[in-house]
Design a protein around this ligand. Structure first.
Ligand code: PNS
Length: 169
């Protein structure tokens, strides 16, 4: 097949899924690295109706879009339901995940094997930059809530959003 359709289907796509409540420098490092390896990277922000986050999903998406606009090949979308369905609908064959430490491995392996069994989608693990091996959105929120300095862990726009949200809380 020739023409635009065949070119489209040859795009190498991957997805970086997560809650991103909010996005941290650790997430951004993984997304940046995925964007250098793939033609198109989707950042899939999970909608979890049973768990209220600090930020609404639309706010999380705006923050991620602001931080990834310069990459040029990153799209940010919300999703609910199974990640494999998100992948199927967009012809995404690969999930890219950061692995921070051995403690991440058990659950990530289970999810990778389940997702592969459900639809054949592959999961690629990227070792987290050691600078961020202790970093999580939950810890950032906790430290920021108690007035700790997280300016080296999140981008400036996220820091500002955190400050604003926590002042209101
Ligand atoms: O940032 P998080 O909260 O660690 O991300 C977890 C996420 C969104 C990647 C994971 O919970 C997920 O993929 N959820 C979608 C629902 C799904 O597909 N569940 C089956 C996983 S095997």
């Amino acid at each position: 097949m020739t023409g635009p359709e065949s070119e489209g289907s040859q795009l190498r796509r991957a997805v970086c899924p997560g809650s991103f409540d909010p996005i941290t420098n650790g997430h951004l490092d993984i997304i940046a690295r995925a964007s250098r390896l793939y033609d198109e990277v989707y950042v899939a922000v999970m909608i979890n109706k049973s768990k209220k986050g600090l930020f609404e999903v639309e706010e999380r998406i705006d923050l991620i879009r602001g931080e990834t606009a310069d990459f040029g090949n990153v799209r940010v979308e919300a999703f609910h339901g199974l990640l494999v369905d998100f992948c199927k609908q967009r012809e995404i064959p690969a999930i890219v995940k950061g692995l921070r430490a051995v403690s991440d491995f058990d659950y990530e392996l289970q999810m990778a094997q389940m997702n592969n069994g459900l639809s054949g989608v592959e999961t690629l693990f990227v070792p987290t930059n050691p600078t961020y091996s202790f970093l999580s959105s939950s810890l950032v929120k906790e430290v920021a809530a108690w007035g700790g300095d997280v300016s080296h862990l999140v981008p400036p726009a996220v820091l500002a959003a955190l400050g604003e949200r926590l002042r209101k809380a």
